[in-house]
Write a protein of this length. Structure first.
Length: 183
């Protein structure tokens, strides 16, 4: 399976946002600032991003033909507000992992995470031919967990007190969804 269209065009249309493939021109101060914002990153638990390693990271993902890395863009202004990604494709099992980040906090709580995931999940189950999509979400990020439950993700396992964030330990929830479970 190869993700074929690698252009700048609007690819998947929602009512509030559209998705297009992310490209290296999207790696700018704004994107970097999302990854340096403790509030945005508290449920992700990775840190230490610089412009250089962010560029390397994005480059490695977008040059991998089995990764679908989308920019989430405001439909009205075209502004890039976050990313959603299907990564770690398992060719035999036809499974990928979903990652979601709305970096611009002014856009939180407006249903955009839900809409962007729905577009990405439909793309995964459609164009990519995936059988199952999974993710990990941490106990300190209940909003994200609720969002995934609302999409139809099922809890498949809990790694207890598995991640450390600012000196506290949180559970890591593993969730998964099959096409027919999509709500
Ligand atoms: C978590 C995140 C993706 C949520 O995106 P969002 O666009 O704000 O979420 P939505 O507005 O689509 O919310 C959808 C559902 O999620 C839940 N939810 C999201 N934010 C919530 C909040 N602040 N309080 C309560 N429930 C919330 C609700 O169930 C909501 O449904 P409802 O509006 O019908 O009540 C976003 O805050 C984010 O990108 N955070 C930083 C990165 C991150 O944590 N990513 C997830 C890693 S697993």
């Amino acid at each position: 399976m190869t993700i074929s269209m690698r252009n700048n065009e609007e690819l998947l249309q929602g009512s509030t946002v559209f998705l297009r493939f992310l490209n290296l021109a999207d790696v700018n101060d704004t994107y970097l600032s999302w990854l340096q914002d403790a509030e945005v990153m508290q449920g992700i638990a990775t840190s230490g991003y610089t412009m250089e390693n962010l560029r390397d990271y994005v480059s490695s993902r977008i040059n991998n033909p089995s990764v679908a890395f989308f920019a989430i863009c405001d439909r009205q202004s075209g502004t890039h507000i976050g990313n959603v990604k299907l990564d770690f494709y398992d060719e035999k099992a036809r499974v990928s992992e979903l990652g979601l980040l709305i970096g611009n906090k002014a856009y939180w709580g407006k249903g955009i995470g839900y809409e962007a995931c729905k577009l990405a999940l439909n793309y995964g189950f459609g164009a990519m031919g995936l059988r199952k999509i999974y993710l990990a979400v941490y106990g300190n990020n209940p909003n994200a967990k609720r969002l995934y439950e609302k999409l139809g993700f099922q809890l498949e396992g809990t790694l207890r007190k598995h991640v450390a964030v600012e000196g506290l330990y949180y559970d890591k929830y593993l969730m998964g969804i099959f096409k027919e479970e999509l709500l």
